[in-house]
Design a protein around this ligand. Sequence first.
Ligand code: IMP
Ligand code: MG
Length: 180
Amino acid sequence: MKVDILDLSFVPFITEEQIRHRIEEISALLSAKYSQEQPIFLGMLSGAFVFMSDIIRAYPHDCEVAFVKYSSYDGTQSTGTLSESLGVKEEVKDRVVILIEDIIDTGFTLSKFLPRLRSYHPKEVVVVSLLTKSTALSHDVQIDHVGFDIPDKFVVGYGLDYNGVGRNLKDIYVLSDEAE
Ligand code: IMP
Ligand code: MG
C-alpha cells in the first residue's frame, strides 16, 4: 500500500520480514568470527538506529554499543560536504569495531569517516550496511556485509528518512515515481 510522506509518495519495497531474515544471516557470520572479541557496534546516526537495535539483539555474544553522527544529505540529494555532530572516541583503540550503516549511496560519507575512525587505531574495522546502491557508488570504500543491494532509487522507512520523516515505518518503501 502506498504511503505519502511530506510531498512525495512511496510504495512497498523490502518487508520487515525480509529484513529480519537477512539480519539473522549477517549476525550468524559476525558471531562466528567475533564471539571472542567483545566488538563495539558503532552505529551511524540517525538512519542506522533501527538496524542497530535489531542487529545487536540478533548477536548472541558480549558486545558494546556506541554511536557517531555525520551527515551529508539534504532531502533526497547528497550535498558533498560532511558535517560531524558526534565523533569517534578513544575507546575504539585496539578494539574490533563493527560499523553499522543504514545505506551506502555514493560512499562519500564512509570515504570521509573511515580514515577518521582508523586514526584512532582500532584492531579491525568491519563495515556492515543494511542497504547499498552499488550503481551510485563513486568512492572506493570498504564494505564487508550488505543486507540488500538496491537500484539507485530513494528509499524511506526502517530508520531511513525523507527530510526527517518516515523513520518509524516498519518496512522499507521506494519513491513511487521511480518504482518499476
Ligand atoms: P553517501 O555518503 O552518498 O554514501 O550517503 C550515505 C547517507 O545518505 C546515508 O547514511 C543516508 O543518511 C543518506 N541516504 C542515501 N540514500 C538514501 C535514501 O535512499 N534514503 C534515505 N537516506 C539516504
Ligand atoms: Mg545516514
